[in-house]
Design a binder for this molecule. Sequence first.
Ligand code: PRP
Ligand code: ZN
Length: 299
Amino acid sequence: MKTRDRLRIAVQKSGRLSEASQSLLQQCGLDFRQSRDKLFCFGETHPVDLLLVRDDDIPGLIADGVCDLGFVGLNVLEEQQLEQIAQAGSSRLHSLRRLGYGGCRLSIALPQEEVFAGPESLRGRRIATSYPRLLARYLSDQRVTAEIVVLSGSVEIAPRLGSADVICDLVSSGATLVANQLKEAVAILQSEAVLAAATTVFLDARQPMLELLLRRLDGVLAVRETRLLLLRSARSQLAQVQAALPTAALTTVLGIDDQADSVALQVLVSGGFGWADLEAIQHAGATQLVVLPVARMLA
Ligand code: PRP
Ligand code: ZN
């Protein structure tokens, strides 16, 4: 194995995942200086550098050891894993963490006027895609035979050009499908950004750096959904208000100097806390409700 004393991470240069990936690294306390050609970012605070590349190249760069880690869509990663398994019998590529952004799905879509009556409707048809391995896996799971037309881009125009009947492509907002008079029939993979690697064992200075990065990443991911809720309640209504709080919340009740019959509450809430939850707590008697994002947490 090649040795190196700086960790090298592949990140999408421009597109769906690039901004969120770089800001995640920033939240982990890593700062970078970008090269003039904008293809390389030198880590100024830590021995970690970024290579800015096309997303489809990321799994290959990791598999070849050019990069140690990569921020990439699960769709791209799984396609390459299947490709390597088909070519070499196995793949060392795997996902270390799901990152919770860049959500999209790989879906079969067909012209709006057509009827989709289940996977059977695909039998014998020409399906255009940039994800031939994932599509082949789906078709074989469904015991349907169809012709896979591999395209590297502009898959959505294939039916209009007559080079395919149906497509299998990424859908996020759905705007691309609408613009091309296509409709989504079935999602074959739910995707999001993941941190990918081929190995997590290094015999050089990359090891402590990888461990530090994963520790901080876990910290950032853990607080991402965490909120600090501040509110007030009359002592007489405290039990009611507390009953309305999310079950796993960590609550501190504080006295207020000049108001003997009121208390202030600090509530740490993790995961999906929305308007309806807040309104329920207000309805139970809470006043002066404030919801704050949590930047860092050390237990
Ligand atoms: C995907 C896909 C569509 C578009 C769908 O491409 O190929 O063109 O996104 O998104 P929408 O449902 O929000 O319109 P992507 O931007 O990921 O580029 P790439 O596949 O060429 O990397
Ligand atoms: Zn791409």
